[in-house]
Design a protein around this ligand. Sequence first.
Ligand code: HEC
Ligand code: HEC
Ligand code: HEC
Ligand code: HEC
Ligand code: HEC
Length: 453
Amino acid sequence: MKGECFTMFFRVFLVVAILHFPAAMLAGPVGDAAHGTRSYDEYEKPLVCRSCHDDIFEQWSQAMMSQAFTHDWDEIEYFELAVPHAAKDEVVAGVRHGCNGCHAPTSFLAGDTPPPRPEENSRANESVHCDHCHTVTGFEGEIPHNFNWITEPGRLKQGPKPGAVSPHHDTVENEFIKTGDFCGTCHNEMSPYGVWVKSTHLEWKEGPYYEQGVQCQDCHMPKAKGRSAKMGEEGMIAQHLFHGAHDPGKLNGAIEMRMNPLEREIPYDAVAVVNVQLFNGKCGHKVPSGSVEDRIMWLDVTATDSEGKTWHLPVDPKGFEGEEYTIAADVLAYQDMGIAKEIPNFAGVQRDGVPVGDRIFRMPYFDPQGRMTIQQWNTKSLGVDYRIGPRETKVETFTWEMPDDIAMGKVTFHAVLNYQKLMTPVAEFLNVPAEEAEPQIINIATTWIEVYE
Ligand code: HEC
Ligand code: HEC
Ligand code: HEC
Ligand code: HEC
Ligand code: HEC
């Protein structure tokens, strides 16, 4: 009797549970709670997929997605800053596991955290791999962020098309993976202090591209005629490029730039004024986006007279709150790296490392003590957001009192818009390979004035 009652109760419970949590039932816990709930064996290796999906495999293996755990700067930041910091500060203790939720999701799920260092060649090195993305069925919650994807590994692969037939696996069409929300599960990040420290998906969602139905995939996984597998059918195939800040071609011209003087002909004792217009016509989100704590874009303007003498022009301040963080200065910052590095009263390193007076397009992150930080997990507040939004135009003005020794005739102005994935002083301090901090020119513009006596 007792047994029957229990069976009955259990059946009702099961029906209720299945009706209410169908995905979660099959998939198990999501986000932080998924740590250690799976094993590596549940996911197939990318090398297995390669035997049929050769072209896609080679594209992916050139993209940062396949290096999210192994790439030098990721290795340095995780092992030399985040892991030691997590051991010293209760608030950020979770990042010891959590970084891997996006950078090495299978290691996170397997509870293999911290994973072995990349040189040990463990399965963590698969980084964000084929069978991770192709067994994601949806996400839990309101906003995709902090690896809140739902994973259901197995024979069934989630794909973009209906009726795809494969000798190795089953396939099902999944609308979710075709949307920006899928990317948002890793491209939005909230710090342990509840601050949005990565918000590429949110920026896109508030902007014009989302409204017009343009997904992340349309720009980062463009479709081209071909086959997705050796024995597959010809069709329009999503290219696994994931090209972003590590692709000079993607950055080139990402911001358009023009420049003009307010007056073309100017007496030598007057003041010259030039305006520079910067237009983001190519990116679905702000520039810079993603790892905003590391990225800067800066505008450098010089004037050269008819005898070849050159002067550097500082930008005109606009007077908005927090502007001091957007004009390059000779100041120290990033003192909280001293926690992991065990340097008491660490003075910090140069904040910008670019010519003083240049305009910097960036958003500063602040640690709990209000100091600027590159440690996004140790971010308690954000400063002014002076980045260029999708289809936004910003205008910068340079007012210049011409020097006494200027030569008469033509004066040419040169504007260079530079981008850097990581500020030089930080890269040097942490011994990050120089190419990570290599400045890249995004665009240039020139204009001129005539100076007369
Ligand atoms: C033995 C060959 C083979 C192997 C191994 C293989 N696939 Fe496939 N796969 C195919 C074929 C064939 C198709 C169908 C292609 C078509 O429809 O043109 C396919 C289709 C797919 C699709 C697309 C479904 C859709 O909606 O269009 C996905 C996703 C996929 N495979 C993922 C994987 C992953 C991930 C792996 C490795 C874990 C893998 N495949 C291993 C042969 C293979
Ligand atoms: C499982 C987590 C995860 C998902 C899902 C994901 N990404 Fe990423 N993505 C990453 C990580 C981690 C990196 C950083 C790699 C690095 O530089 O270490 C990255 C890097 C990138 C980059 C930057 C490459 C560069 O050159 O700087 C682009 C572009 C990108 N992803 C686009 C996408 C798009 C589009 C989607 C959705 C179709 C997507 N990602 C889904 C984790 C993810
Ligand atoms: C970051 C997540 C991610 C990773 C990693 C990834 N894919 Fe995909 N893949 C996608 C998305 C998203 C689509 C669908 C894009 C669309 O149609 O908009 C896709 C599409 C496909 C398709 C169908 C292509 C088509 O258009 O018919 C195949 C096959 C495939 N992937 C195989 C692979 C293989 C093999 C790997 C590893 C070498 C891999 N994918 C790695 C996200 C990923
Ligand atoms: C209209 C095209 C377009 C759309 C839509 C788009 N992107 Fe981008 N994305 C770009 C371009 C161009 C760049 C290169 C310029 C740059 O790095 O800011 C870029 C850069 C990136 C970067 C590198 C940013 C950095 O500075 O490190 C990431 C990561 C990224 N995109 C992810 C995404 C994700 C995720 C989505 C959807 C939520 C998305 N993108 C939507 C065009 C687009
Ligand atoms: C919610 C997902 C997520 C979490 C959690 C996360 N990251 Fe990332 N990380 C990303 C994505 C996506 C990018 C790529 C952004 C871009 O290209 O600008 C990235 C970029 C980076 C980069 C820059 C890589 C480059 O090539 O410039 C480093 C370093 C990094 N992450 C380290 C960490 C560390 C350390 C942690 C833990 C404290 C962490 N990440 C936690 C998603 C995440």
